[in-house]
Ligand binder design. Sequence first.
Ligand code: SAH
Ligand code: SF4
Length: 424
Amino acid sequence: MNSHDTEKIAGILKGQGYDLIADPESADLIILNTCSIREKAQHKFYSYLGYLARLKKKRPSLKIGVTGCIAQQEGNRIHKVNQYMDFSFGSQNVMKLTTLLNSDSFQAAIEENDLITTTDLPADRDNGIRALVSIMYGCNNFCSYCVVPFTRGREKSRPYENILKEVESLANNGYKEITLLGQNVNSYNGKCSFPQLLRFIGKVDGIKRVRFITSHPKDFTVELMLAMKEVEKVCRHVHLPLQSGSTRVLDLMNRRYNYETYLEKVKKLKSMIPDIAITTDIIAGFPGEMGEDHALTIKALNEIEFDGIFAFKYSKRPGTKATLMDNQVDEGVKSERLQEILQCQDIITERKNKALEDHIIEVLVDGRSETDPNQWVGRSSTNKIINFMMPDDIPENEAKCIQFLNVRIVKGMRHSLEGEVVRG
Ligand code: SAH
Ligand code: SF4
């Protein structure tokens, strides 16, 4: 979501004659797009401030702005503490950027702004094939650990006509894959339901793959499963954050589902779409989590066999209910539990990757690998990243234009898949 907000900011600024550059030392304008989902993310921002202050001192004409969740949380306080800041704005107010840029005194634009749903903003995308598209903003769920409802405001959906117009324009510009973005796409309500939106987008010529993040399990319906099954372009992957395998902890988290209903939904989905890949998020050491709750999370990982997980230590977030809960878990215990979760999943991922050996999989080619430029990288419909060698007889300029390829998996390892191109 933040990456896409950055693309919008870059799109607006390009319209104003700005260009993106890599070196902050020679920039005329620096905008920090911040995240505060966990303390560690927030630290990244604060550890950058001293450097910014020095830059501004050296070059007073430099403009510095802050956006994202920290800007929203801090409001005018950001300027009180950091006098050299020129402006700040929350993600719903990105369309005010040009006005903020021209202001002589510090301004913070952090109010709720419904215009975000109907203002079509230009985005400067860094990839010509895969595009992120916002379908909604904010969140109403108030999971007890989460800062998002406080920093991104109430849920607001873009009307489906605006979304379709954007997707059609992306298709006309050669984009093949769309990822629809929302904190809980299942509660999308932009004059149609989310399953209906998938069906509309499925009809856009030129778009070959459609993904979405994130689905809240409490609102994951059979109607949505049906749309995923029937709309061929919808990728065989769903990210369905479980957070904990213990229903007692899920209650404390205010997730509004229990482990049994989550499991039932996963079983139903697997029976309807057998090749579906399911990934999840897990929080280790939520307040009040006991050894037996943690054991239930490990049991859930083994029972469901996710294709991948993102796991995090619980992090106290200001203003959230969980921050004030009794029985905060000791940092060391959190780390131990996190390690156990990651190790458990590593074994599952390795087993699943190994089982893919010899399978032929269609990938959308991303380009040369950043870690090993001899290799190329592509992504399967199930969102697995596959490394492969481009056949020698394909010249570089042709290779660069290849979008879809069939690849046979030759090696499935713990953290990667290696394939070979299947000709013909
Ligand atoms: N809207 C999405 C998730 C957004 S945040 C959803 O509901 O699934 C992404 C992930 O960050 C969450 O799924 C959660 O696992 C993690 N997260 C959020 N707040 C956290 C916190 N305070 N401590 C640790 N992890 C957190
Ligand atoms: Fe945060 Fe819960 Fe909303 Fe996701 S659904 S953004 S975890 S409050």
